[in-house]
Ligand binder design. Structure first.
Ligand code: ADP
Ligand code: MG
Length: 256
């Protein structure tokens, strides 16, 4: 049965922990398993998910929102203007599309633009199986998207005692976003293998304190490092790359 609307998966976590990397590995997973079509939303003002997917960005939602204020032609409503330009800004790829939010609004009133944007996004979500939102640390854009429900929130952490505590705190903060979150899942990324016992102890403690579930460990990966250095798409990493396998095991457990 096709769902009424896309199931929303969102990323949270401190900057540099691996949210965008995990997003790219998740898109790879969904496409590989034919869990498509996927709408990937880059909700980081400093957008770079496109680079990890080997795609070029032409327009962002922020630019369209700015233009709506001044450029809407006569005989066209602002909603029609936004809808048309958003449709053009969607970057189509194999099994998934990418939409880039861009810069948050500057001073001035953007209530109408943001509400139209949220409406258009809600309409768009109906044509996708999954909507994946790659956030920046502050999750600024998340509220603008007006999502009713997040099916799974992956909270990504670095492999440190403080890092996992921060992840637990971030998971708690989502209570203030005013959106229902079904599953909060911790991914500890860039872990030295084998997993140090001390780290595992901190992870279990942090998880015990919150409603965060433990998803898994993703190893520090030479392959990801090399892909980053040569600016290659993570979609091209072989499926038997240890970090890819580890991430996919987490996705398999928590997504349906
Ligand atoms: N498992 C990993 N192994 C090696 N490098 C990684 C791994 N995960 C992320 N990185 C690297 O860490 C940096 C930050 O990752 P990124 O996904 O951009 O973090 P975020 O989106 O949370 O800011 C990038 O250079 C990325 O290539
Ligand atoms: Mg990022």
């Amino acid at each position: 049965m096709t769902p009424q609307t896309a199931q929303v998966i969102a990323m949270a976590g401190k900057g540099g922990t691996g949210k965008t990397t995990t997003s790219a590995l998740l898109i790879k997973y969904l496409v590989k398993n034919n869990l498509t079509p996927v709408m990937a939303v880059d909700a980081d003002a400093n957008a770079n998910l496109n680079e990890l997917l080997g795609l070029e960005v032409e327009t962002t939602m922020g630019e369209i929102r700015d233009r709506m204020k001044t450029d809407t032609p006569q005989g066209m409503t602002k909603s029609e203007f936004m809808e048309m330009h958003i449709a053009q800004a969607i970057i189509e790829s194999k099994g998934f599309d990418l939409l880039v939010m861009g810069q948050p609004e500057g001073p001035g009133c953007y209530c109408m633009a943001n509400s139209i944007l949220a409406q258009v996004m809600e309409g768009l979500a109906k044509s996708y199986r999954y909507m994946l939102v790659d956030n920046e640390a502050g999750m600024e854009h998340l509220s603008r998207l007006n999502l009713r429900k997040i099916h799974t929130l992956f909270v990504v952490s670095d492999p440190s005692a403080r890092g996992v505590l921060t992840a637990a705190r971030i998971a708690d903060l989502t209570k203030n976003l005013g959106v229902e979150v079904n599953n909060k899942v911790l991914i500890v990324n860039r872990v030295p293998m084998p997993v140090p016992d001390a780290l595992d102890k901190h992870v279990q403690e942090a998880v015990g304190k919150t409603d965060l579930k433990f998803g898994g460990y993703v190893p520090a990966s030479d392959e990801i490092f090399e892909a980053e250095m040569s600016q290659k798409s993570l979609l091209e990493l072989p499926a038997d790359t240890p970090a890819v396998k580890a991430a996919w095991e987490v996705f398999e457990k928590y997504l349906d």
